[in-house]
Design a protein around this ligand. Structure first.
Ligand SMILES: [Zn+2]
Length: 117
């Protein structure tokens, strides 16, 4: 398996968006989040770099993705919160974690909060 295929596995397939009073909508993360681009073809999306940052309670992963349709780069920022609502009763119980996903442009400008995974 190549490094690039490894990177693809780091990206959750879907995120969930909370819709006001209408539940959750599931969206694919296999798409280009840059303005004026409608690429939804995973073949045209190439993750090429990852930055990882661990803080006390969260792990931040930035996956750099090149879109071969608009020839630009965007970043999926995955924020994984660790030990959310961990039970104190059962020490063996695995800590729950949840993730937030944001899209950033090449310069780190926020393109918006996408959702949860
Ligand atoms: Zn694009």
């Amino acid at each position: 398996m190549s490094d690039k295929e490894d990177l693809r596995l780091e990206i959750p397939s879907y995120a969930f968006i909370a819709l006001a009073r209408r539940g959750m909508e599931k969206i694919s993360l296999d798409q280009c989040f840059l303005k004026d681009c409608d690429n939804e073809d995973p073949e045209l999306l190439e993750p090429f770099k990852k930055e990882e940052n661990e803080e006390d309670l969260k792990l931040i992963k930035k996956i750099y993705i090149k879109c071969k349709k608009c020839n630009r780069i965007f970043i999926l920022k995955l924020e994984i919160l660790k030990k959310v609502a961990k039970s104190t009763k059962d020490k063996d119980e695995e800590a729950l974690s949840m993730g937030l996903v944001h899209a950033l442009d090449e310069n780190g400008e926020n393109l918006g909060h996408i959702g949860y995974f």
